[in-house]
Design a binder for this molecule. Structure first.
Ligand code: NAP
Ligand code: GLV
Length: 312
């Protein structure tokens, strides 16, 4: 069976081949743009950003694997074969890495790591008190899915109080939760640091903008790790300048890479990270995909399926 890959550029192919040789020795791995590839012979595809229409030409496909947890660049294809399972890439290592990133970002806001990094670049001994103790501020996590839930657990492990918001109601021991549009204002009012871990959907597009930011406690922190289309960057920068937000860590942008002339790069209270919050290794992803293929071939249910009706 052929697995075609489009993730990480063609330079990543040897590593993918090495990983799949270990994880699924029976699979034949081929690069997406391999000119000798007969699309009709492809059984599985592992992709991040397939060109529209290409997957539809693979008439023997049995499943599509996203190489990330968010599959918005795959579902953007108007010709996507929607009858096939589309599996989001959520190995346990991915949620762990996201939890680590969210904890790092919240702690870096608490310690003002941005100020320290700027002072170091100037060789300046800038002695200052940390803005807050992380355990004294409530973190509001928007999106209580695979990524949000693990982040909540890990924040709680650091004694950080957490509230959560999702589309449908959730019961989480020790965490006050809010749901839907009705629950949003009360959730925001409690969120002294807001973490966005929502998927990109029509409902979440542009959500991190002035109206939402104006509902946060004054001087709140922001950690944006969902998708760039969810934010209005000029609104975030205006909120930082005005003091409505004290500081932010933003990992995702629209478009990516972030333009070299963006004011975000140099803002003294904004930390830019290059979409690296949760990037499982190729070996971790290969093991996960191989496990899913084995389940599929045994006729078992697949985990983390994209739901076309919900849009995530
Ligand atoms: P998931 O398991 O599908 O969870 C999505 C969560 O968002 C669910 O709790 C869902 O509510 C909630 N949600 C969806 N639409 C909503 C709405 N309109 N209002 C309120 N809540 C809504 O997704 P995941 O695996 O946690 O991943 C979430 C996103 O993180 C991905 O889609 C991707 O964009 C981003 N991500 C970023 C990186 C990075 O490196 N920066 C890495 C991985 C993922 P319900 O629970 O009620 O369904
Ligand atoms: C990365 O952004 C992912 O969705 O896994």
């Amino acid at each position: 069976m052929i697995l075609v890959v489009k993730s990480g550029g063609e330079a990543a192919l040897p590593e993918w081949q090495d990983c799949f040789a270990k994880a699924a020795p029976g699979l034949e791995l081929r690069w997406w743009d391999d000119p000798s590839l007969d699309p009709a012979r492809v059984g599985y595809a592992l992709v991040w950003d397939p060109e529209p229409g290409r997957l539809a030409r693979m008439t023997g496909l049995r499943a599509i694997f996203g190489s990330g947890a968010g599959v918005d660049l795959i579902t953007a294809d108007p010709l996507l074969p929607r009858h096939l399972p589309l599996v989001r890439c959520v190995p346990p290592e991915a949620t762990q890495r996201m939890g680590e990133f969210v904890c790092w970002a919240v702690l870096s806001l608490a310690k003002d790591a941005r100020r320290m990094a700027m002072a170091q670049a100037r060789r300046e001994w800038d002695y200052f008190e940390a803005p807050f103790a992380a355990s004294a501020r409530t973190v509001g996590v928007m999106g209580l899915g695979a990524m949000g839930m693990r982040s909540v657990e890990m924040l709680r492990g650091l004694s950080i109080p957490v509230v959560g918001w999702s589309r449908t109601p959730k019961a989480l021991p020790g965490v006050e939760t809010f749901a839907g549009a009705d629950g949003l204002p009360a959730f925001l009012a409690r969120s002294e640091v807001l973490v966005c871990l929502l998927p990109a959907t029509p409902e979440t597009k542009g959500i991190v903008a002035a109206p939402l930011l104006s509902r946060l406690p004054r001087g709140a922190g922001l950690v944006q790790v969902g998708r760039g289309v969810q934010q209005v960057l000029p609104d975030i920068i205006a909120a930082l300048d005005e003091g409505r937000l004290s500081a932010a860590v933003i990992d995702v942008f629209e478009p990516e890479p972030l333009s070299p002339d963006s004011p975000a790069w140099t803002h003294p209270r904004l930390t830019v990270t290059p979409h690296v919050a949760s990037l499982p290794s190729r070996m971790e992803r290969a093991r996960y995909v191989a496990g899913c293929i084995a389940r599929l071939e045994r006729g078992e249910a697949l985990p983390n399926l994209y739901d076309h009706a919900r849009g995530y």
